[in-house]
Ligand binder design. Structure first.
Ligand code: XLS
Length: 442
């Protein structure tokens, strides 16, 4: 066993309330507090992302690592993976999160052959099972990294070479089995390099069919092994490729319908991906909920002036409240949760900083939950919405939707009527209302 890594944080982080000045305490996240009939912990289902916090050293495209991650770059990668896991579980436990998430390559390095890679993963997964039993921390989801290794430079399922498709299928099979072995609640597929750089060398129609076939194989395997979690696709419009096929929720929904997967697959919505695709976080949740494919959330934040995926920790209660409001309207998470797919800035180099970042993110989400729950409970927004659409519950609205009217019948009706009267959309009044909830909710 490695000595304590976060030795300056000896105790688990506790809730101390909004007036607390202790930077190592929660001011809003109170796991047992009942909100709209459920414990806060059960609403939010927080998870720590293994990759940003333990498998990344702070390097960027211009410079090398800055973070204190002594296990990275070790001459004995398997021993280092075990040390990394001890540190990760020390962190999960002290932060008091119920879940974590990983890519296969975050927890286990590659060996010299695929066979050896699988054997290493199996060994590490056994270790993870032990840590999970010991700490009670669960796995929100697992996923396969099919974007870092050079073999995947032209994609995995959408690769022009079926040998790569086969390799990816084998890797996903193994990672799904590992996720299942660890009692994972979901399995995620983010299309890391499932897109293209230039149409000049790309057969788009063919690549979409390959991707459809791949997802179908994933669903078939889920049933074959009796995995009862959700299969989640994570939309992102670009980065690393210029155009990613899983562009946004609407594109994923259309894709799932086309390949007859809409009842089998849901979405994992990353906030920074939503904003990169030109949408709000709340929009993406609402779109998923309307399509019946809402699953889980990667909580992070972009930067208004940067057009790439900066994965900051969430800090805006207002932005998150509107998203959480849509989650609650959709009935909340089932097996999904709130994963902090977020990373420290490159200059944020002290060990304690990982705690400050997550505490801030958890408090932001907890406060957003309180705001969203009280807005929903008071019904103020819902009343306005109901009034706005009341006509659709009246005779005309019902007849139109039931198919009892035609263009001709409506033409005839309209000839005998005056101008319809517009009603105010009241956007500013509603924004003031949201501001009031953000200010007053405690
Ligand atoms: C990258 C994604 C990735 C997924 C899992 O942009 O957010 O980290 O969450 O592959």
């Amino acid at each position: 066993m490695m000595a304590e890594f976060f030795s300056s944080v000896p105790e688990p982080i506790a809730y101390e309330g909004p007036e607390s000045d202790n930077p190592l305490a929660f001011r809003w996240y109170d796991a047992d507090r009942m909100v709209a009939g459920k414990r806060m912990e059960d609403h939010l289902r927080f998870a720590v992302a293994y990759w940003h916090s333990f498998a990344w050293d702070g390097s960027d495209i211009f410079g090398s690592g800055t973070l204190d991650r002594p296990w990275l770059g070790s001459a004995d990668p398997v021993a280092a993976a075990k040390t990394k896991m001890e540190v990760a579980f020390e962190f999960f436990q002290k932060l008091t999160v119920p879940f974590y998430c990983f890519h296969d390559r975050d927890i286990a390095p590659e060996g010299d052959s695929f066979k050896e890679t699988c054997a290493i993963l199996d060994e590490i997964v056994e270790g993870a099972a032990g840590h999970m039993d010991r700490t009670g921390v669960g796995l929100l989801w697992g996923t396969a990294n099919m974007f870092s290794h050079p073999r995947f430079q032209a994609g995995a399922a959408t690769n022009p070479d079926p040998e790569l498709f086969a390799y990816a299928a084998a890797q996903v099979r193994h990672c799904m089995d590992a996720t299942h072995r660890l009692g994972g609640e979901n399995y995620v597929l983010w299309g890391g390099r499932e897109g293209y750089e230039t149409l000049l060398n790309t057969d788009l129609a063919r690549e979409l069919d390959q991707l459809g076939r791949f997802f179908t194989m994933v669903v078939e395997h889920k049933h074959a092994i009796g995995f009862d979690g959700l299969i989640l696709i994570e939309p992102k419009p670009f980065e690393p490729t210029k155009h990613q096929y899983d562009f946004d929720v609407a594109a994923v929904h259309a894709f799932l319908q086309r390949y007859d997967l809409v009842d089998e697959v849901a979405v994992n919505i990353a906030v920074n991906h939503a904003t990169l695709s030109g949408h709000d976080f709340a929009h993406e949740v609402a779109a998923a909920s309307a399509a019946g494919i809402f699953g889980s959330v990667d909580a992070n934040a972009g930067d208004d002036r940067l057009g790439w995926d900066v994965d900051r920790f969430p800090v805006s209660v207002e932005q998150m409240s509107l998203g959480v409001y849509e989650i609650l309207r959709a009935g909340g998470y089932t097996s999904g949760g709130t994963n902090f797919d977020a990373k420290l800035r490159r200059q944020t180099i002290d060990r304690d900083d990982l705690f400050y970042a997550h505490i801030g993110g958890m408090d932001t989400m907890a406060r957003a939950l309180l705001v969203a729950a009280s807005m929903l409970e008071d019904g103020a927004l819902e009343d306005v919405r109901a009034e706005r659409y009341a006509g659709w519950d009246g005779e005309l609205g019902r007849r139109i939707l039931a198919g009892d009217e035609t263009l001709a019948s409506l033409d005839e009706r309209t000839l005998g009527h005056g101008e319809p009267t517009p009603a105010s959309g009241r956007q500013e009044a509603l924004e003031n209302l949201v501001a009031k909830y953000v200010e007053r909710t405690r």
